[in-house]
Ligand binder design. Structure first.
Ligand code: GLN
Ligand code: ZN
Length: 770
């Protein structure tokens, strides 16, 4: 317990592998083309390779500097399975008191008989975790030993890793009350039942050779619905209990994604061994708070784990000097896990050399942490003057580079007036749209993408490689669009989509067609489970050199009399799912993107497109974690959407689509977007959103998703009709749309066709009952 915390560390490392090896291994196991033993072999190689890499980068093999942050699917699910905390509908998955590999994947993905755990955004990132469900009687038991096995597996290679778990308070705060729990039940009430299991596991980890354990408590940087005094009480109870154990590793508590605020002294007083603070997103603690740390080691999260720009080493060296004067022992770390950034800039030799010199992916960030640790590692501290001046020179080159600030983009923004952000009244628009579109009540539509078949992917890849001419490629895409239109006509949809076959990704597609962006080849990051995204890099001023989507939309519309939706990605989502320049306020960057989209809206209208959807699935995700910062965010994000859409004529129906649950906090903002129709995820959160909308008195069109596309399960017509009935009980029927809860691109055609047939049937059935 007395071992010193290493001078340099990271909070977590990408676990998908440099070439998405984890995705491939897991998906092949699901498909039945490899065995559990194959999966174990591949993932073991991945874990060991990352330890070797981190050691080579300077994190050291025997000092607990390397976190065992691997997960097969999700770290919150790992913790739930470790403590056996699974809801009643999965209790039969226990096999001899244990939850194994298949049980784990069933919790994540569901099966024909049952819904998987709900999935939601992990803090203000584009990662999603599975939401544990806890009731008064949910049994807690050590049901899985993967955490322990990561320690022994590394020890066999002579490496002392630092096992990681979600801390008990965050685990319960992130959980939702199980279905069978009585009204008002709060999972945090189960803390006393859970703590002995954590203590038990900590004992076992120590026995296996772990010197440090990392307990992650990021929920402490967020304003919770639970009263602050209860959270403080839980923190105090939990960490006094865990540090009181005699057989345990030293305890590091991490608090990534923001500031601890008033909980810092509470945590410090519990006697934990080290406390990690996010000093990139969060504030520098006061002198009094630093003094309160006493002998607790301060692990300073100074290197941003969430974006890809090189660190301003001069600024951070200053921060470390301040901290070293005020706290007993200071160590250097990333602000968050590096799971949010790609592996290695050196994997992207095709990038412009100057742009590349501005970037730091996971491996470069590890090197930065190691460099900075020379400032705190023993006395006298080592000099990093050379690295500091190199970093400062790079920052200066970035500020002065061509394309970073372009007068023509800046002048156009400066000339905007309030009328550029406002459409005609909703009443006027409804009348004009009714005359133009003549839709039935409970109109049916989809969110945009249709399944991306192997043929579609291969056509895009061949075109990209130059193996297809533009003409050949266009022909193949048109065939696909024609198939998708015919299918929707056959199924009886009211508002059709072209299916987005030409898009690899809803953000990257626009990034590739706008100035100011660059895309990577291997820059994948995990979104959820085996799903990865490749964020683009928004580095300069944004503008649209030419129309982007118009030819595809126009072609699709030429095939049918039903309206086809033009499909654009909104400014907030483009920012949220890219790595965005950090040298100006996000709102300014968002308005640059909005102006480019506004031109696209105008071109779609001129081409005869009567319905245009501007997707903002990420609106909720960028919401600042602390209430005090939310108003400003909502103002600029809503404004940028309005700037993108307000040029549309009253008769043009503007749709938007928002993903994922927990919309309570942004419902005013959804209203502020002033879209004519808003489709929202709801199937997996069982329509909670409609009660929020009702409470708000939401007056425009709304399509709460009735088909959960995140799971291969085919929902029945009955089941979806019930959800539509629920929607019309809460919201007037004339406002309700019937649609899936997200795009279909990750699904296969067989299950999709059947599900969509059931969906149209469900809408027809409820329509008749009205
Ligand atoms: N239009 C997009 C699609 O259907 C929306 C995807 C999303 O919300 N993530 O794929
Ligand atoms: Zn969606």
């Amino acid at each position: 317990m007395s071992s010193e915390f290493p001078a340099a560390t990271i909070i977590g490392y990408p676990r998908i592998g440099p070439r998405r090896e984890l995705k491939k291994a897991v998906e092949s196991y699901w498909a039945g083309t490899s065995t559990a033993a194959d999966l174990e072999r591949t993932t073991r190689e991945l874990r060991l390779a990352s330890y070797t890499r981190l050691t080579a980068l300077g994190l050291g093999g025997t000092t607990s500097a390397i976190p065992a942050s691997f997960s097969l699917y999700d770290q919150v699910l790992d913790t739930a399975v470790t403590f056996g905390a699974v809801p009643a509908r999965f209790q039969d998955l226990y096999d001899g008191g244990r939850l194994g590999l298949d049980a784990y994947f069933t919790l994540a993905r569901g099966d024909t008989g049952r819904q998987p755990l709900e999935m939601t955004k992990w803090f203000d990132t584009n990662y999603h975790y599975l939401v544990p469900e806890i009731g008064p009687d949910t049994p807690f038991t050590l049901a899985n030993d993967w955490t322990l096995r990561q320690v022994t597996e590394a020890a066999e290679q002579g490496i002392t890793v630092r096992p990681t778990l979600i801390g008990p308070v965050t685990f319960l705060l992130l959980s939702k009350a199980a279905d069978e729990a009585p009204a008002g039940f709060n999972p945090l009430g189960r803390l006393d039942d859970l703590l002995p299991l954590y203590a038990d596991l900590l004992g076992r980890l120590a026995a296996a050779g772990a010197e440090w354990v990392q307990l992650e408590e990021p929920a402490l940087v967020v304003d919770q619905t639970v009263p602050a005094a209860d959270v403080a009480g839980a923190v105090d109870t939990a960490y006094r209990f865990l540090t009181a154990a005699t057989e345990r590793p030293a305890v590091l508590v991490t608090t990534q994604y923001g500031s601890l605020g008033e909980l810092l002294p509470v945590l410090a007083a519990t006697g934990l061994d080290a406390l990690h603070l996010d000093l990139f997103k969060g504030d520098l603690p006061s002198a009094a708070d630093l003094a309160a740390l006493g002998t607790t080691t301060l692990v300073a999260g100074v290197v941003d784990g969430h974006n890809i720009w090189k660190t301003d080493l001069a600024a951070v060296a200053g921060t470390l000097a301040t901290l070293s004067g005020a706290a007993a022992r200071v160590r250097v770390a990333t602000s968050t896990s590096l799971q949010h950034v790609p592996h290695d800039v050196d994997d992207e030799p095709q990038l412009d050399a100057e742009l590349r010199s501005w970037l730091a992916f996971a491996d470069q960030k590890v090197a930065e942490v190691v460099t900075l640790s020379r400032l705190v590692d023993g006395l006298p501290a080592g000099s990093i003057d050379e690295e500091v001046s190199a970093a400062s020179a790079i920052l200066a080159s970035r500020a002065a580079a061509a394309g970073v600030r372009r007068p023509e983009v800046r002048d156009r923004l400066a000339a905007l007036t309030p009328s550029d952000f406002t459409r005609a009244t909703y009443e006027e628009r409804v009348a004009a749209q009714h005359a133009a579109l003549r839709l039935p009540v409970l109109p049916t539509t989809t969110i945009g993408s249709f399944p991306q078949t192997a043929e579609v992917r291969s056509a895009r890849a061949r075109f990209h490689r130059g193996d297809l001419t533009a003409e050949q490629y266009t022909l193949l895409m048109r065939e696909e669009i024609a198939r998708v239109i015919a299918l929707q006509e056959d199924l009886g949809f009211d508002v059709l989509v072209h299916g987005e076959p030409e898009r690899n990704d809803m953000v990257q597609y626009f990034a590739e067609n706008l100035d100011g962006f660059e895309v990577t080849v291997h820059g994948w990051v995990q979104s959820y489970g085996s799903r990865c995204t490749r964020p683009s890099i928004l580095w300069g001023d944004v503008s649209r050199p030419r129309a982007i989507t118009v030819l595809w939309a126009e072609y699709a519309q030429s095939l049918t009399d039903k309206p086809v939706k033009g499909m654009l990605t909104g400014p907030v989502t483009i920012l949220a799912w890219s790595f965005v320049r950090d040298d100006q306020p996000l709102g300014e960057t968002a308005n640059q993107v909005a102006l480019a989209l506004r031109d696209e809206v105008a071109d779609l209208e001129s081409a005869g497109i009567r319905v245009i959807q501007v997707d903002e699935p990420a609106l909720r995700e960028l919401l600042p974690l602390r209430g005090a910062l939310q108003a400003d965010y909502l103002a600029w994000s809503v404004n940028s959407f309005r700037l993108a859409t307000a040029g549309a004529a009253p008769a043009t129906q503007i749709h938007t689509h928002l993903c994922y649950s927990e919309f309570g906090a942004v419902i005013d903002a959804i209203d502020g977007l002033d879209a004519d129709v808003t489709s929202i995820e709801a199937a997996r959160s069982r329509m909670e959103v409609v009660t929020d909308l009702q409470a708000q008195g939401f007056g425009r069109g709304v399509g709460p998703g009735v088909y959960d596309i995140h799971s291969p399960r085919i929902p029945t017509e009955d089941e979806m009709a019930e959800l539509v009935e629920k929607a019309v009980r809460h919201v007037p029927a004339r406002q309700v749309w019937v649609n899936p809860d997200c795009g279909l691109k990750t699904r296969g055609y067989a299950e999709t066709t059947e599900s969509l047939r059931n969906l149209v049937g469900a809408a027809a059935r409820v329509r008749e009952q009205l």
